[in-house]
Design a protein around this ligand. Structure first.
Ligand SMILES: [Zn+2]
Length: 202
């Protein structure tokens, strides 16, 4: 039996989502078909609201409802502790540990084979942030994931800081606990907390 075109289209949309395979996509589409209309309307509304009302923070590239995100606009955050993360999910994971500093979201990691070069990441904006500060010392916590790409991205940033002669920046790297090749997004709170506490000079 051939499925109606609209249903096929919906399945294709689901299948384009991360982590959704063809079988799950079908199941989700049929679930929508059976589900209460009002509930689905609310679901559609939240999707459009996220797209319409959220943007990226102009300082750290975190998600924000205004010009600045909740972290950057919080006067109680420690502004001389800056944690560099690959993506917003990693920021959310670190936030859960009660970390009190600020962030910079790179928007990925260097991967030249797949066309991700320094200019494709938020590295220039990080370097300008570091150059335009008046702190005596800033601790830059490299919290990119312990993958080959995460390590080379951290190293690249460290070298750029050295080249720029930014003497007041002390770089540290999150400690052990996150397995090599792992992702902060999937680590539990205690593991991330340990990795943060166990950070070492880099
Ligand atoms: Zn921000």
């Amino acid at each position: 039996m051939k499925l109606p075109d609209s249903l096929i289209k919906l399945i294709e949309h689901f299948q384009s989502l991360p982590g959704v395979g063809p079988r799950s996509a079908e199941r989700l589409a049929f679930f929508i078909l059976k589900e209460d209309t009002q509930k689905i309307q609310n679901f559609i509304k939240s999707i459009s609201e996220v797209k319409e009302n959220l943007r990226f923070c102009s300082i750290c590239h975190n998600i924000a409802e205004d010009e600045l995100c909740k972290v950057c606009s919080d006067p109680l955050r420690n502004n001389n502790k800056l944690c560099v993360v690959e993506n917003i999910l990693n920021l959310v994971a670190i936030e859960k540990t009660g970390y009190d500093g600020i962030y910079h979201v790179l928007g990925g990691v260097l991967n030249p084979i797949h066309g991700v070069n320094p200019e494709n990441l938020n590295i220039d904006s990080l370097l300008s942030r570091l150059q335009n500060n008046s702190y005596e010392e800033i601790e830059l916590i490299m919290a990119t994931n312990p993958t080959m790409e995460g390590e080379s991205t951290a190293l690249f940033i460290k070298r750029r800081i050295e080249q720029l002669g930014l003497k007041n920046i002390k770089t540290t790297r999150i400690g052990r606990g996150i397995p090599t090749g792992g992702d902060l997004e999937f680590a539990d709170k205690a593991t991330i907390d340990n990795a943060l506490q166990g950070r070492r000079e880099y």
